[in-house]
Design a protein around this ligand. Structure first.
Ligand code: TXE
Length: 505
């Protein structure tokens, strides 16, 4: 038995429609990154719990009410989920802030927007169609069916937990899959509250959505390698994504990965300067840099470089650090202690590499409005794209400014990284606004805006930023198999060893 301090809220996991503890009875603490204090206990699941959850999801996929539900009923269920998120959004946003320290203004807006994913995929559920395909063989009727892949393991990071669950869960349910979700060990609470307030209330049949909590190397790997899991959808770091993909490959699971980035935000000298300054600031500091699409490399044309940097510093200096639960706070804490150390170590790396720090460059204590895990908004200039600070994902409020000469130079630098998640282009030229996005190797390119996102627009990465796409109509394909059905209307007479119409395999 563990000694449970009474002030800590104790959560349970959700398997087969039931709330329970981890089989081992173990728990771990979850922290408020603003105060650094633990506030809840989360079950520490191991392979036994993951096995129970995957078996429950498999049973629900094979039998019971879920596979018998019509697509239209599934759509209605998704819309019920959307309505319940609308009802409980503010509460869920506060739980997210308590766990990940992101700004209440951002998490509140995310939770207000989140129902749209469930409405959208609810609408798509009964519009998943196969095709009647003419073949070159007479007397055959041939068509395709689009069927759910089966049990999906959804692995979620800590930066925007419920939004990133929505990117995966809504299309998975619309496709007819069942799921086992593993949230980040740093931010499990909001998903568990979501299960209670939304999923239970919506009457989702038992076993369709299961949640196991715990660490990546144990709970996460048990999920990725479980034989009943047919597909893994993962968001997280590229190194972990590579490990997940190789583990999944051993049993030929389908995999979609949304990974890290080192996105270039490119400012041409014909931009509207004020818009571009604001876009650069919100691209890197708005979420304390803890977003996969952070515009962490700011490429500025040399003809406007000095003036632009001056204006950038002047605006960045005004950032109000503070309690993320206050609506007027602009920069909050870094979410996890290891992430805090990582951000500070990259600041040292940049200084040692010869980049010039023109703003911030260290922790932000209470005298700056910060606290335990706060880093000052930091800007480096004189950054060479070969430096580690320009090549590696920091995932914090650290901006690298890189000078470029002309369009060719900008495109070369923009593409000269292993990542390809997103990019920004600031220009008033229609020609540039058309040509530059085509030449950037990234899954999303924003022109004269940054970090815009919608449930209707595909999202994902080129190169080391991932595999597959989330959001939009194409995301549903990640959760579907295509089956080809051949119906012969001819008599199979003649040599039984050689089927008349067979030509292959
Ligand atoms: O993420 P991890 P971490 C980047 C960012 C950050 C770095 C590491 O650069 O500094 O990744 O962050 C689970 N098998 N991003 O360590 O490890 C883990 O429990 C199966 C980018 O927090 O990728 C959690 O649920 N699962 C990013 C999830 O994977 C495993 C968001 C993400 O954890 C596992 C977050 C394993 N072996 C960080 N190891 C983005 N793309 O938005 C861990 N996990």
């Amino acid at each position: 038995m563990q000694d449970v301090p009474t002030q800590l809220k104790k959560y349970q996991i959700y398997i087969d429609g039931q709330w329970c503890d981890a089989a081992s009875g173990k728990t771990f603490e979850t922290f408020d990154p603003y105060t650094g204090e633990p506030w809840a206990l989360i079950p520490e699941c191991d392979a036994t719990d993951v096995d129970r959850a995957c078996n429950a999801a498999y049973r629900a996929f094979e039998s019971g009410p879920w596979p018998r539900m019509t697509q239209t009923e599934r759509g209605r269920l998704l819309r019920r989920i959307a309505g319940l998120i609308e009802k409980h959004g503010e509460h869920l946003a506060r739980i997210e802030v308590k766990d990940n320290g992101k700004l209440i203004s951002e998490m509140s807006a995310q939770l207000k927007y989140l129902p749209e994913w469930y409405y959208y995929y609810g609408g798509l559920a009964d519009k998943i169609t196969g095709m009647v395909i003419p073949v070159d063989k007479p007397d055959h009727f041939t068509y395709t069916l689009r069927e759910p892949v089966g049990v999906c393991g959804l692995i979620i990071p800590w930066n925007s937990p419920l939004l990133l669950v929505g990117f995966k869960l809504a299309p998975a349910l619309a496709a007819g899959c069942t799921v086992v979700i593993k949230p980040s060990e740093y931010t499990s609470a909001s998903l568990l509250e979501f299960m209670k307030l939304v999923i239970e209330e919506a009457d989702v049949p038992p076993g369709v959505i299961n949640v196991v909590t715990g660490y990546g190397a144990t709970t996460g790997e048990a999920l990725v390698t479980h034989p009943k899991v047919a597909k893994v959808a993962f968001t997280g770091g590229s190194a972990t994504g590579s490990r997940v993909a190789s583990l999944a490959a051993a049993s030929f699971k389908k995999v979609s990965l949304e990974l890290g980035g080192k996105s270039p935000n490119i400012v041409f000298d014909d931009c509207v300067m004020e818009d571009a300054v604001n876009g650069a600031i919100s691209g890197i500091f708005a979420a304390t840099g803890q977003t996969c699409v952070a515009g962490s490399r700011l490429l500025v044309q040399e003809s406007i470089h000095d003036e632009f940097v001056e204006r950038l510093i002047a605006t960045a200096k005004t950032a109000k650090l503070g309690n993320p639960m206050n609506f007027d706070t602009q920069v909050g804490p870094v979410t996890t202690p290891p992430q805090y150390q990582k951000v500070l170590s990259y600041i040292d790396i940049a200084k040692n590499e010869g980049a010039k720090c023109v703003l911030g460059g260290g922790p932000a204590g209470p005298e700056m409005g910060g606290g335990k895990y706060f880093v000052q908004p930091t800007i480096f200039v004189d950054v060479d794209n070969k430096m580690r600070i320009a090549q590696e994902e920091v995932f914090g409020p650290v901006l690298s400014v890189i000078k470029f000469k002309d369009e060719e130079d900008a495109i070369r630098i923009a593409n000269d990284v292993i990542y390809g998640l997103a990019a920004g282009v600031w220009t008033q030229s229609v020609k540039r606004a058309t040509i530059v996005p085509r030449r950037i190797r990234a899954g999303t390119v924003w022109v004269n805006t940054y970090r815009a996102m919608s449930f209707t627009m595909p999202f994902g990465g080129f190169k080391s930023s991932g595999l597959g796409r989330e959001n939009g109509q194409t995301a549903i394909d990640e959760y579907l198999e295509t089956k080809s059905v051949w119906v012969s209307t001819a008599a199979n007479t003649g040599n039984p060893f050689i089927m008349k119409t067979a030509t292959q395999s």
